[in-house]
Design a protein around this ligand. Sequence first.
Ligand code: TRP
Length: 448
Amino acid sequence: MIKDKFTKAGFILAAAGSAVGLGNVWKFPYITGDNGGGVFVLVYLLTIVLVGISVFITESYMGYKTGQNSVSAFETLAVNNKKGWKIAGFTFVTALAILSFYVIVIGWILQYIVISLTSLPSSVAEAEQVFMTLLTKDLSSQVFYFLVSFAIIAYTVSRGVKEGIEKMNKVLMPTLILILLGMLFYSMSFDSFSKAFSFLFYPNFEKFHAESILVAVGHAFFTLSIGMAVILTYSSSMDSDTNIVKSSVIVAVLDTVIALMAGLVIFTILFNAGFESSQGAGLVFITLPALFYEFGAVGNILAVSFFIALAFAGITSAISILEPGVRYVEETTTISRVKATYIITAILIVAGLISLLSNIEGYSEALKFGSKSLFDWFDYISSAILLPVGGIITAIFVGFFADQNILKQTMCKFISEKVYGVWLFSIRFIVPFGVGLVMIEKLGLIKF
Ligand code: TRP
C-alpha cells in the first residue's frame, strides 16, 4: 500500500482533471457537428450512462481494492491465472502512446496563447496559413513548446500524488471552470446562442449514420479516460473512505457538463459568424482564432482565456496519462519515482518527435501510411480500438474473473443490491456485447 494519497476532494478534482481534456473542447464539438448534432449528443449521453459510468466504476473498484499499480492490481484480483491476467494491466503502454501525440497538441495550444496575445489572424484564410505553416514548416517552435509542455507534466508527476498531481489540479481545474463559465455567460448575450442550443439538443437525423455510434462509443471511453488503466491508477491512491460510485458519477457528470458548455460556447461563436456546424479538426486552431479577431480587443481576451482553459484541460489530462506508467516502474523496480518519470518522459519525447515530424513538409510522405499520417493513426487506433478493447477486458475481468463475493460485499457498501445487480449486468454483458458489436461492425467485419 502506498502512503502518498489524494484527499477525497483531491481525488474527484484529479479524476475530473483527467476526464476533462482536449477531448471535451477540441474533439466533442467537431464530432458532434459531423454527426448530426442533437442525435449524436443523445447517443453519446446514452453511452456515457450505459457503458461509460459502469466501466469507470469498475476501474475505480480495482484501484480502490488493491491500492496498486495496474499490473499488480490485475494480478492481485485474479482468482486464477494470475500471470496471464497481469498482461491486461499493461494497457498503460497505450496510454503512454496517446500521451506522445496529446502533448504535441498541448504544445500548439501554448503557442496559440502567445499568438492570441500578439497577432490574431484577421481572416480564416490567414488563420489557415498560420496554422499550416506551424504544422508543416515550423519544426523548431513546435519542438520548443512540445518540450515545455512535457517539462510541466513530468515535473508535476515526479512530485507525487499529493504534492504534485493534487496540487496542480486544485489550481488548474477551478480556473478552467471559471473561464468556461465566463465564456458561457458572454455567449448567452448573442442571438446565435439559441441556435447553438437547439443544434446541440434537438436531433437532426440527416447527418447521423451508423458509424456515428462508434464515434460516440469511442469518445465516451476517451473522454472519461477509461480503458487505459488511468482511472484505475488514480483510484489506487484514493482515500479509503471515498465512495467510489458517488465519485464516479460526479466525475462523469462534470465531464459531460463541461463538454456541453464548451460546445455551446464554440457553436455560438461559429453560428454568429454564419459558419456551418462541422469544421473538422481545424476548428480550434483555424476557425476560432479568425473569429476571435472580429471582436477586436475583446477578441484577444476571449482568445487568450480560451486557449488557457484548453491548455489547463490538456495538462491535467496528460498528467493522468503519465502516472500509470510511472507508478508501475516505481512499484515493481528499485527505480525512484523521480527517475521513473524522467526515463519514461525521455522515451515519449523521442516518440513524440517522430510523430511531430510526420506532419512536417518533406518528412510527411515517408511517415504516411495509407490514408492517414502517423499522428492520425495514433489517434484513430487508440480511441476507436484500443480504449474500447481495454474497457471490455476490464469489465469482463471484474465481472467474471475476480472474487465475486468480495466484489459484492465491497460494492454493496456504496449501492443497494438492486443497483449492484444492474451494474454487474452492465459490465458482464452490455459492455462486452454492446461495445464489441459496435466495434466489429465499424471495422467492417459484419454488416447490419
Ligand atoms: N479524457 C481526456 C480527454 O477528454 C483524455 C485522456 C486522459 C485519456 N486520460 C486518458 C484518454 C486515458 C484515454 C485514456 O481529452
